[in-house]
Structures are given as C-alpha cells and as structure tokens.
Design a protein around this ligand. Structure first.
Ligand code: GDP
Ligand code: IMO
Ligand code: MG
Length: 429
C-alpha cells in the first residue's frame, strides 16, 4: 500500500520538512495531520529557503495535492501569508485543500496562550505562543469553530458571537480588555472569503486515493516526545504527532498505513521546557548548537542540545511502529573525537531501560552513556554508504542494533542532494 507517514522521532525539528520534500517527487498527496503553525519545516532548494509552518512541504511540486487534515488547528492569517510568500517564490505550486473539520485559530487563542504561560511562572511550558493549546482546548470542550463553519458567513457570525462572549470573560480574568466582536468578525470574514475555495470535506478524497493506489504521504509535525499522551507530559504540545495521529487527523484507517519512517537527528535537541536527560549544559552542547546552527525555525529560540538518547529513541520506534529510521544531521557530528549516546538510565541507584511517564520520575533519571570513536572532515559530499567514514557507519549500525529498527535514509546536509537512501523498499509501503 503506497502510503507513508513521516514522523518526528524525538522532540521536533528532526528535518521532517527536508525528508518530505525529497520524497514528494513521487507523491500524489502530502497531508499534514496534526498541530498548526507551531511547526517550522525548512526546505532548501538551491539558493531558496522555504520555511513552512502550515503548508505541507510537498506543495512545492505542482503535481502534488497538499492537504491540511481534520486534526489540525489552522491560523488563517499565517496560512494566507504563507501562501502569498511561497507563491511569490514559486508561482506553480500544487493544489491546496483544507479539511472543513480542521479548527480555526483566533487572536483570543494566541492571547490566552501568552497569558496562561505568564501565569505559569517558573513552570511555563515554553510554548510557541501561537495559540495552539487554547485552540485544541476549545476543540476538546466542543466549542471550537471549524473551517466549514468559518467559510459560511451567517454560521460564522453566530458561532463567533457565542464563543467570544465566553472568551472575553476569560480575558477579563487575566485583566485583559475584551476583543470587539464586529471588528474581529469583519477582519476574519475577509480571511474566510480568501480561504473558502480551498475548504472541502477531504476525508473521502483521501480514502479514495488510498483505494486507488495513489501515493499518499502524511507529514508529521512536532515529535513523538511532544505527543499529548506519549510524550513528556505536561511539557508537550496539545495534539498527536505520533504515527497513530495520521489516522486520527485524516480519517484514514490504521490498516491503510503502509510505512512509517521516523526522522531523528544523530544527536538530540529540544526547544521549550521539560525533561531532556542527555542535555549538555557545557561546551560540548554549545559546540553542537553552533556546528548545527540549532536555533528554532518558528521562534528563533536557541535549541537545547545533547547526545543521542537511544532509550528514548527505542521507545519512539515502538510507539510509532516504525518501518525504518531516517537519521539526519550526521554531518554536524563531524570533528568530535568521541561520540556518546545513552543506552540506559540510572534511576535512584538502579538501571532502567524504560521511558518514564511522569515528570517527577524524569527528574530522577541520569543517562548512562556508551561511546564510540568519532570522525572528521566534511561528509556532506557522501552519496553512498561506502562514501561515509567507517566510524559514522559504525554509529549508524549501533543505532539500528539498539533500536531494532533499520536505517532507511541518511541525511548529511540540508540540500535535497545530501541524502543517502539505504532501503528504498521501506519508503512506500
Ligand atoms: P523539521 O521541523 O523537522 O522540518 O526541522 P526544521 O526545519 O525545524 O530543522 C531542521 C534544520 O536542519 C533545517 O534548518 C534544515 O535545513 C536542516 N537540515 C536538514 N537536514 C540536514 C542535515 O542532514 N544536515 C544539516 N547540517 N542540516 C540539515
Ligand atoms: P516542528 O514541526 C520543536 C514545542 C514548543 C513547546 C511545546 C508546546 O517544527 O518539529 P505549543 O506551541 O505546541 O503549545 O508548544 O512544544 N514545539 C516544538 N518544538 N518543533 C516543533 O515543530 C514544535 N512545535 C511545538 O517549543 O516546548
Ligand atoms: Mg521545525
């Protein structure tokens, strides 16, 4: 079955965007299924740098139909700006369809995201301030406004009136002045008019595509350890970035998923607060950040950097029932004499190989490292397995062995060409 889920195997920013772009040459559909413009997916084509927050990276190919699925929360301002910006760089984009079941992000979501973070003080999550959590809260409370309602002006007017009355009470609790209904409606109704041609009930279209053997790729956002249920709660996002989220967020059933590729860096990074046992708060961490230019695509924040955590990665392989791993940024580790990676945790004097559930358990975790010889030189010119230094190959083999998951693709630079496909058979199911 030619369906493929690309999922973040760590804490996000693993280079999912690059992978989706590389593999989109063959795709008929590229579908985002979770999150919103908290995502920042970079695609580099020659001298052009595209930073996608809502548009699926596959939209750069005119033959691709790009879909924003039901599981997403969509900020119309951000989406329309992104469409304009991307069209200015590439006039011939693929077609865009937005599910009428996706939820709309409004200014009160962004305001509440910021006000709630301030109120959390030292326990702040470190969100992207894009209103993602409050928009999903409305969805779960069954008060959210969906795309299908948004693009129908009388329905939108009624729903917004209902919801804004409550939101203004909430804003008042934080000491914030109310938002004016008429100006908010007028501004957003204008966005809705521009969005309307893209909004459709697209679940049947995707189900038919799968039945007809077309190639459907699901573009994950965020990463496994940011999953609401399976991540490091409460330091997570409010949706389901794991592979199972591709079913929830699109209406495709689990037996229709052919392959799952988990994208991981050859080390680890995290933005925002929360557990990160292998974080390096020293010169080595700074060196990884500088060699890897580890600054957020969405917020520009410096990313926390550390060694690879194989205990966590193995958990990720299982949670996502991964067909294969895509190991990225192997070039960034060039020049380190020794490469370290955690293969166990020490928890209160005992060794453990399981992924803790609660924050207080994470606080007791100390990583236990193995190490291997590093490699030097610029490896971005490698195009085959044999071109890589033997130490880099040994490292990849150790990751495969520990996680019991084959490496399907290696990435040794941001450009499309800086990619080595080891297992083409694992790419489309
Ligand atoms: P995403 O959110 O998973 O799509 O990842 P981001 O785009 O936020 O961050 C990944 C960054 O790594 C981007 O700046 C990419 O251009 C860059 N990148 C992708 N693959 C590689 C690679 O193999 N090596 C290096 N050095 N950079 C890469
Ligand atoms: P991509 O798709 C990295 C993090 C935030 C914060 C937490 C909750 O580019 O990999 P939110 O705004 O979602 O409520 O923030 O999740 N986060 C990401 N970190 N990459 C992302 O997306 C992220 N999206 C959210 O930093 O810790
Ligand atoms: Mg990113």
């Amino acid at each position: 079955m030619p369906t493929l889920v690309i999922v973040g195997a760590q804490w996000g920013d693993e280079a999912k965007g690059k992978l989706v772009d590389v593999l989109s040459t063959e795709a008929d559909f590229v579908v985002r299924f979770s999150g919103g413009n908290n995502a920042g997916h970079t695609v580099i084509v020659g001298d052009d740098v595209f930073k996608f927050h809502l548009l699926p990276a596959g939209i750069l190919y005119p033959h691709v139909t790009a879909v924003l699925g039901a599981g997403m929360v969509v900020c119309p301002v951000s989406l329309l700006e992104e469409i304009d910006r991307t069209k200015a760089m590439r006039p011939g984009l693929g077609k865009l369809v937005v599910s009428s079941a996706a939820h709309v992000v409004f200014p009160y979501h962004r305001l509440l995201d910021q006000l709630e973070e301030e109120a959390r003080g030292k326990n702040k999550i470190g969100t992207t301030s894009r209103g993602i959590g409050p928009a999903y809260t409305d969805k779960v409370q069954r008060t959210g406004i969906r795309m299908g309602e948004f693009v129908d002006p009388p329905v939108f007017r009624e729903r917004l009136g209902e919801v804004l009355a409550v939101k203004n009470k909430l804003l008042a609790m934080f000491g914030h002045p109310p938002l004016d209904f008429e100006s908010l409606f007028a501004e957003y109704n204008a966005y809705a008019e521009r969005m309307a041609p893209h909004v459709a009930s697209c679940e049947g279209m995707l189900q038919d595509a799968v039945r007809n053997g077309q190639k459907v790729m699901f573009e994950g956002a965020q990463g496994t350890f940011l999953d609401l249920d399976h991540g490091t709660y409460p330091y997570v996002t409010s949706s389901h970035p794991i592979a199972g989220g591709a079913c929830l967020g699109t209406g495709i059933g689990p037996r229709d998923i052919g392959s799952v590729l988990g994208v991981c860096k050859s080390y680890a990074t995290r933005v925002g607060s929360g557990p990160f046992p292998t974080e390096l708060l020293d010169d080595t961490g700074d060196r990884i950040r500088e060699q890897g230019h580890e600054y957020g695509t969405t917020t520009g924040r410096p990313r926390r950097c550390g060694w690879m955590d194989l205990v966590a990665l193995k958990h990720s392989c299982r949670v996502n029932s991964m067909s294969g791993l895509v190991i990225t940024r192997i070039d960034v580790l060039s020049g380190f004499d020794r490469i370290r990676f955690a293969t166990k945790y020490e928890v209160q004097g005992s060794e453990s190989t399981s992924f803790p559930v609660c924050t207080h358990e994470w606080e007791q975790v100390q990583p236990v490292y193995e190490e291997m010889a590093g490699w030097g030189g610029n490896i971005s010119g490698a195009r085959t397995w044999e071109d890589l230094p033997s130490e880099a190959r040994d490292y990849v083999r150790r990751i495969e062995e520990f996680t019991e998951t084959p490496a399907a693709i290696l990435s040794i630079g941001p450009d499309r060409s800086e990619t080595i496909v080891l297992r083409p058979d694992l790419v489309w199911g």
